[in-house]
Design a protein. Structure first.
Lengths: 364, 286
C-alpha cells in the first residue's frame, strides 16, 4: 500500500497537450476516481501513473519512490484494462499466475495467491478454461484477479466496466467496492460514468481538456461544484443553468428575479450564471412560488421530470411522481436562494458566500 | 432461375473447371507413370509399376529427395526467421516507415529471371560486387556454382532473398491484429521484450504462422525456376531435387514414364507431409 503523488504531470504529443500539469496527492488506501468526458486526459493520466505513457514533464511518486522514469513492471502497480486484455491462449489459471511467474515467484506461493484470488472472485470453476469461454463479467473478474494476485501498492483501473451491460455493471461496481474494502489498497479508477464515480470514490478528480476542474468528495462536488463545467457535468438530470446579471443585489434574467444565496454578492451589472438542480425545486403552492409552464413530461418511475419555462427561461424540474400534469399545465415551483449555485459568467468560477465579490476590481 | 438451379449452376462451373484444370492433368500425369514412353508421339506401352521400381532403385532419386529436403528446410527456416525479424523491425515506429515497408516487398515483385541474373552478376568472378567484398575482407574466393556446398548455398540464398518479403508482409499484417493492450498488460505483468514475443506475439500469431510455413513448404518443395535458372541442378546433381530430376528424366532423357513416376512420388510425399502437418498443427488452436 502506498500514497501516490503527481507533481505538475504534463503530457504533450508534439504541439497537442493532452494533460496540462496535474497536481494530485492520493492517500494510502484511498479510492480516487478520474471522471470526465472522452478526451479529457483521464486515461492518459492513469497510463502515465502506470508507466505506459511517457511523461513530458513533472514527476510521479509511488510510496517514497520517484517512479517517473521507471518501467511499468518496476512500479509495483497492477492495472485492469477496459477490454480486459486477458491472454487468449492461456488458461484462466495461467492468466492469473503469469505476472507472478514473470517475477520468478515460488510455485507454491503463486498457487496460494491464485487460489485465494479465485475464491474471492468466484472464479474456481473456470480456472482451466480459456478466456474465450467466459462471459464479459467473468472476464472482467479475471482481469481484477490478475491485478489482485500481484498484491501491488496501487491498483489502476481504466474504465473497467464500460464493456459490460448495464445490469452487470451495477453488480461489478458493488464487487469492486467490496474488493477495495477487503484489500484496502489505493485504487485509481478512470470512468466517464458519474454514477460509478459517485458511488465508488473517496474522492473524485473531474477533468476536462487536460485540466483538473475540481477534486473533492462525491457529495462535495455535487453540493459545491467549483465551476460551470463541473456544475453541468455532475448530477442527472443536468443542473439548470441560467444566464443573467446582478441587478440591485439580486439575480435577473429574462423576467426572472431571484435572491442570491446568503452571503453571496456581486457587483451591479456583473454577468452571472445561476444554477439550480432539477431536484431542488419542490413543486406546490408556497409563498414566492414561480409558475412553470410545462411542455414536456418525462416519467422516470418514482419521479417525474417536468420540462418547461419559467418566464422566458427553460427549466427542468424533478418532482415526486405525478400523473396529473399535462403539457400546457402550469405548476408552481419554489426556488430557495440557498439552493442556488452562482457562477461568474466571465470566468465560469463559483462565487462562494464570503468570497470576494464577483466583478470586483482586483486591488491595485 | 430458382435458387437451387443457381446453386447447381455455380457449383457446376466450379466443378468443371476443377476437373478440367486440376484433376484431369494430375490424373493424366499419374497415368503416364504406369506406361513406358520415350516420346509424346509414340504409343505408350503398359509398364505397371516398372517405372516406380526403376526410379526408386536409382540412387539419383534418393539424392534428389535429400537435396529437396535440404533446400526446402533451409529456405523455410531462413525465410520464416528473417521474415519475422524484419516484420518486427518494420512494426516499430521510425521515420519513412511506409516507404521502407514498401521497398521491403520489392524482391517479391521482381521476376525470378531478374533476381537470378542480378545474383549471378553480383557473384561474377571479375566484376561481381560480392566477389569484391569477399576479396576485400581477405577471404578466399567462393566458386558459387562449382562446388556442391556453395551451389546449394547459392540457390538457398537467392530463394530466401526473393521470398522472405512474403513472410515479412504476411506477418507484419498479422501483427496489426494483436491488441496493444495485451502488450501493455504484459508490460505491467513484468515481461521484457523477448518474453512478450514468446508469450504474446508468437502464440497470437500461431495460426497465421502455421499457414505461412505450410505455404512456403509446398512452394519451396516444388520450386523449379530458381534452381533451373541458377544451376540446372548442378554441379553434378548437387542442387538437383525431385522437380528438376523429374523434368530432366522426362524431357532430357525422354523417359516420360520415369519422369511422371518421380513427379507422382513427389506429389505423394508432399500430400502425406501436409496431412501430418495438419495433424501436428491444427488450424483451430482450441
Amino acid at each position: 500500500m502506498a500514497q501516490v503523488t503527481l507533481n505538475k504531470v504534463r503530457k504533450a504529443y508534439g504541439s497537442v497537450v493532452a494533460v496540462h500539469g496535474v497536481d494530485l496527492h492520493i492517500q494510502d488506501g484511498e479510492f480516487v476516481v478520474f471522471l470526465g468526458p472522452s478526451g479529457c486526459g483521464k486515461s492518459t493520466t492513469l497510463r502515465m501513473i502506470a508507466g505506459l505513457e511517457e511523461i513530458t514533464s513533472g514527476t510521479i511518486e509511488i510510496g517514497a519512490r520517484d517512479v517517473t522514469r521507471l518501467e511499468p513492471k518496476d512500479r509495483n502497480i497492477a492495472m485492469v484494462f477496459q477490454n480486459y486484455a486477458l491472454y487468449p491462449h492461456k488458461t484462466i489459471y495461467e492468466n492469473l499466475a503469469f505476472g507472478l511467474r514473470m517475477r520468478k515467484m515460488e510455485r507454491t506461493e503463486i498457487d496460494r495467491r491464485v487460489k485465494a484470488a479465485s475464491a474471492m472472485l468466484g472464479l474456481d470453476p473456470y480456472l482451466e478454461r480459456k478466456p474465450k469461454q467466459l462471459s464479459g463479467g467473468q472476464m472482467q473478474r479475471v482481469a481484477l484477479g490478475r491485478a489482485l494476485v500481484r498484491e501491488p501498492e496501487v491498483f489502476l483501473l481504466d474504465e473497467p466496466l464500460s464493456n459490460l451491460d448495464a445490469k452487470l455493471r451495477v453488480r461489478m461496481r458493488e464487487e469492486i467496492a467490496r474488493l477495495h474494502q477487503e484489500v484496502g489498497t489505493s485504487m485509481v479508477y478512470v470512468t466517464h460514468d458519474q454514477v460509478e464515480a459517485m458511488t465508488l470514490a473517496d474522492r473524485i478528480v473531474i477533468m476536462r481538456d487536460g485540466h483538473v476542474q475540481q477534486v473533492g468528495r462525491p457529495l462535495e462536488v455535487y453540493d459545491r461544484p467549483q465551476n460551470l463545467f463541473v456544475a453541468g457535468f455532475i448530477g442527472a438530470p443536468e443542473m439548470n443553468l441560467v444566464e443573467g446579471r446582478a441587478e440591485g443585489g439580486r439575480f435577473a434574467a429574462g423576467g426572472l428575479a431571484l435572491d442570491l444565496p446568503p452571503g453571496v454578492s456581486a457587483r451591479e451589472g456583473t454577468a452571472l450564471v445561476v444554477g439550480v438542480r432539477p431536484e431542488h425545486m419542490p413543486a406546490g403552492q408556497a409563498p414566492g412560488a414561480l409558475a412553470l409552464e410545462v411542455s414536456v413530461i418525462e416519467q422516470l418511475g418514482a419521479q417525474t421530470l417536468l420540462i418547461g419555462r419559467i418566464g422566458a427561461t427553460r427549466m427542468r424540474v424533478l418532482v415526486e411522481r405525478t400523473d396529473a400534469v399535462r403539457p400546457g399545465s402550469v405548476v408552481p415551483v419554489s426556488l430557495r436562494p440557498e439552493r442556488l449555485h452562482v457562477f461568474d459568467a466571465g470566468t465560469g468560477m463559483r462565487i462562494e458566500s464570503g468570497n470576494a465579490q464577483a466583478g470586483a476590481r482586483p486591488a491595485a | 432461375m430458382s435458387s437451387r438451379a443457381t446453386i447447381y449452376s455455380f457449383l457446376g462451373i466450379g466443378l468443371a473447371a476443377t476437373l478440367l484444370l486440376i484433376v484431369a492433368p494430375v490424373a493424366y500425369a499419374i497415368s503416364l507413370s504406369f506406361y513406358r514412353m520415350d516420346s509424346f508421339v509414340g504409343t505408350p506401352q503398359w509398364a505397371g509399376l516398372d517405372n516406380y521400381a526403376r526410379v526408386l532403385s536409382d540412387w539419383t532419386f534418393w539424392r534428389a529427395l535429400i537435396n529437396g529436403f535440404v533446400y526446402s528446410l533451409g529456405t523455410i527456416v531462413l525465410q520464416v526467421v528473417l521474415g519475422i525479424g524484419f516484420a518486427l523491425v518494420l512494426n516499430q515506429v521510425f521515420p519513412f516507415r511506409n516507404i521502407v515497408r514498401g521497398l521491403s516487398i520489392l524482391p517479391y515483385l521482381l521476376p525470378t529471371v531478374v533476381v537470378v541474373l542480378t545474383f549471378k552478376w553480383m557473384v561474377d568472378g571479375s566484376i561481381g560486387v560480392l566477389t569484391a567484398v569477399i576479396a576485400a575482407l581477405g577471404l578466399p574466393p567462393v566458386s558459387w556454382f562449382e562446388s556442391p556446398a556453395a551451389a546449394m548455398t547459392s540457390v538457398i540464398l537467392v530463394s530466401v532473398w526473393m521470398w522472405t518479403p512474403f513472410v515479412t508482409t504476411t506477418f507484419l499484417a498479422a501483427l496489426q491484429t494483436v491488441p496493444a493492450s495485451l502488450y501493455e498488460a504484459a508490460k505491467v505483468d513484468g515481461t521484457n521484450a523477448v518474453q512478450r514475443f514468446f508469450h504474446i506475439t508468437l502464440p497470437m500469431l500461431k495460426p497465421i504462422l502455421t499457414v505461412i510455413v505450410l505455404l512456403r513448404a509446398v512452394w519451396m518443395f516444388n520450386k523449379f525456376d530458381v534452381i533451373w535458372l541458377l544451376t540446372q541442378g548442378g554441379p553434378v546433381g548437387a542442387t538437383e531435387h525431385l522437380a528438376i530430376l523429374s523434368y530432366k528424366t522426362a524431357f532430357s532423357l525422354f523417359d516420360i514414364g520415369g519422369g511422371a513416376a518421380i513427379a507422382t512420388i513427389s506429389f505423394l510425399i508432399l500430400s502425406v507431409a501436409v496431412f501430418i502437418y495438419f495433424r501436428l498443427f491444427p488450424l483451430d488452436t482450441d
